[in-house]
Design a protein around this ligand. Sequence first.
Ligand code: GLA
Length: 333
Amino acid sequence: MTERTVFAPARVNLIGEHTDYSGGLVLPVAIDLGTTVSWQPLDEHIRMRSVAFTDWVELGADGSGTSAGWGRYAAAVARLLHERGRRAAGLDAVVSSTVPIGSGLSSSAALTVSLALALCQAAAFELEPLELAHLVQEAERLAVGVPCGLMDPAAVLLARRGHALLLDCGTEEYRHVPLPAGLAIVVVDSGVRHALENSGYADRRTEVERGDPRRVRHVVSENERVRKTVAAFESGDLGALGTLFREGHNSLRDDFEVSTPELDLLVDLAYELGAVAARMTGGGFGGAIVALAERSGERALADAVVEAYRARTGRAGKAYVCSSVDGAAAQTR
Ligand code: GLA
């Protein structure tokens, strides 16, 4: 039986943090870390094995049955696809991933999107990328109760190589903004795990909905920073990028209170060591920072930040020099 493979990339959000669930602007990039699902057809049911975790996931071909751990994502995706009309085609799959878990690089969206695409392929079933993004967003909520926004699945599906995805989460209009050619993307993981399940993530969402002034001030100012970042990309104004990312980080730290001392330190170190721009990225409460570095200096910056961080905290951070890639929708067509 021939094996088929789907790949869903992780994403790093350049700016526009905690704005998606209130209909704001986000600017993520899909990167060359991701989750691969290799699968073959199977008549009766869905069987999946993860390379990282030892447990098997066994479900009915319609997603029925219970599951624990990462299998909760598989069950939620399969059930929602079944509700949308996917016929009950089984598959036997192996899941492997290069996305560090809990780093704020959307390891869960890379997982759910890759599972969804494999399940769609197995049943010759298709949804438009934005419809699929909504389904995957709902799966996250069903699986682990995190009321996340649309950014992660949209980025994983719709991003384009060499570009950032400017998405208006209110109108769902989007366009691809060319990344400045002279800049490289560096991600530095603080080594402090973030898990949105049981974190303050849901609280922040409620606080924004209730109109907490500081939380809303973050969202309003962050949307403006996204607009200005796009303008700075288009005009090549690197100085403006440095200021915008710095202000964005401070707003997440002070007004939104989702940063950590480790992320604050990493951002300071990145600027001190020559980054053009740096800020925490993703949901926060741990995870990683993103820095923009002048090309050819990116590896040196990454190493220097990790070394200085280790010297100051004793912690082993990990840096990734990332390339931007196409989203999964373009890769599977
Ligand atoms: C997580 C969520 C996203 C978004 C970010 C914060 O990654 O999954 O929907 O809210 O946090 O910008």
